[in-house]
Write a protein that binds this ligand. Structure first.
Ligand SMILES: *Cc1c(COP(=O)(O)O)cnc(C)c1O
Length: 391
């Protein structure tokens, strides 16, 4: 950081940064010199990574890389414009059609990121006359979207359908939207989507599910939470998922009825006022989709690693949250403690992130360990051995 005299701007910013540092909340980035994968390179050293969302090991898969390269040769790099101007390419169109079929929805619409999909969708559907009901532990992008929409914003206790029902009953809003993560990003547990769909039906509410951590991972064909629970477009009319996690690429989409998608094309500002994804990204996602559908062994292997990790961590006496998904949270409690364990694991060659408040509620700081289909049994054992000294 530069030395004094500070500009007026920096004079205002520096005390807040110092305070963050004192509270162990200061965030720093690690610079990877390698592709995403199980073994990553940082500052010339190799680390075993347990913190990416590349659950199926597709981010650096040769078919996905080749599709990206080939498409760059055909379509170039930049999309050049927003979708509604001249940026909507045949690659985007094909991917949208394939994603609609994959999720068993009439239509799908690509967004540049999950954050933008959530912000654009909720804001396009609701205004001040409406109400939005969100699980307390929803992803930040959903919470921000709910607040941004101008609708009356209510958070219900995690998974608490009883509390949600009371709130829905009391609401006089024109439109009522229930919004939930399918797999909660910091806890790894799965929302009771069938019960939520039933609750929505009884109260004339709409249900929106964010399947960022479910797509590719849940369901016999990787179709995500709606396949896992067999929920049709009538039960989950607004389905959102991302392509940057299990798909290993980038971007996101919303799937639903033709009327929903046409409404978003007309009204979702994060769709309209932004440059379309590079077509090569769409082609890479199409290659990923083919692997997701064809290679069930990836999900089977992932399940084995999850079971292995949970059994091992429980034997070591760790407090694990109930989760059958690749997101496994070891609750530590204190921010400083979580950070210190993460740092000591790093010194031993393991990349495990410490998640602190405000990302998770105060007092529930944790190690967030994510597993991938391409972790070997031996690698998971190595992590368990390293964790032993902290149990
Ligand atoms: C990652 C994530 C998002 C945001 O998706 P991006 O494509 O990374 O912007 C939204 N919702 C959930 C639940 C997520 O985990």
């Amino acid at each position: 950081m530069q030395t004094a005299p500070y500009s007026l701007l920096d004079q205002a910013l520096i005390p807040a940064l110092k305070k963050r540092q004192e509270e162990s909340l200061y965030r720093v980035r690690k610079v990877l010199a390698s592709p995403q994968g199980i073994v990553v390179q940082i500052d010339g050293e190799s680390y075993l990574s347990y913190c990416s969302n590349d659950y199926l090991g597709l981010a650096n898969h040769p078919h996905v890389v080749a599709a990206f390269q080939r498409a760059a040769g055909v379509y170039g790099v930049g999309s050049g414009a927003a979708h509604l101007i001249s940026g909507h390419n045949a690659a985007h169109q094909a991917l949208e059609e394939e994603l609609a079929e994959f999720t068993d929805r009439p239509r799908a619409l690509l967004f540049c990121s999950g954050y933008m999909a959530n912000l654009g969708t909720i804001s396009a559907l609701l205004n001040r006359s409406d109400a939005v009901f969100e699980d307390r532990l929803n992803h930040a992008s959903l919470l921000d979207a709910g607040r941004h929409s101008g609708a009356r914003f209510q958070r219900y206790p995690h998974l608490d359908i009883h509390s949600l029902t009371k709130r829905l009953t009391a609401s006089q809003a024109r439109r009522k939207l229930i919004v939930t993560d399918s797999v909660f990003s910091m806890d790894g547990d799965i929302a009771p989507l069938a019960a939520l769909a039933e609750c929505a039906k009884q109260h004339n509410a709409w249900l929106m599910v964010d399947d960022a951590h479910g797509l590719g991972v849940l369901g016999h064909h990787g179709g995500g939470s709606s396949e896992h629970y067999s929920l049709s477009v009538n039960e989950v009319p607004i389905l959102m998922a991302t392509l940057g996690k299990a798909f290993g690429v980038y971007g996101a989409f919303v799937a639903g009825s033709k009327a929903l998608i046409e409404t978003l094309i007309q009204q979702a500002r994060t769709y309209i006022y932004t440059t379309a994804l590079p077509p090569a990204i769409a082609e890479a996602s199409r290659a990923s989709l083919r692997i997701v559908k064809a290679e069930q062994w990836r999900r089977d292997k992932l399940t084995n690693r999850i079971t292995q990790f949970r059994n091992g961590a429980q034997q070591l006496g760790f407090e694990l949250l109930a989760s059958s998904t690749p997101i496994q949270a070891l609750i530590v409690g204190d921010n400083q403690q979580a950070l210190s364990i993460s740092q000591r694991l790093f010194e031993q060659g393991f990349l495990v992130s410490a998640i602190r408040s405000p990302t998770v509620p105060k007092g529930t700081a944790r190690l967030r360990i994510t597993l991938s289909a391409i972790h070997t049994e031996q690698q998971v054992n190595q992590l368990l051995s390293a964790l032993e000294s902290f149990s």
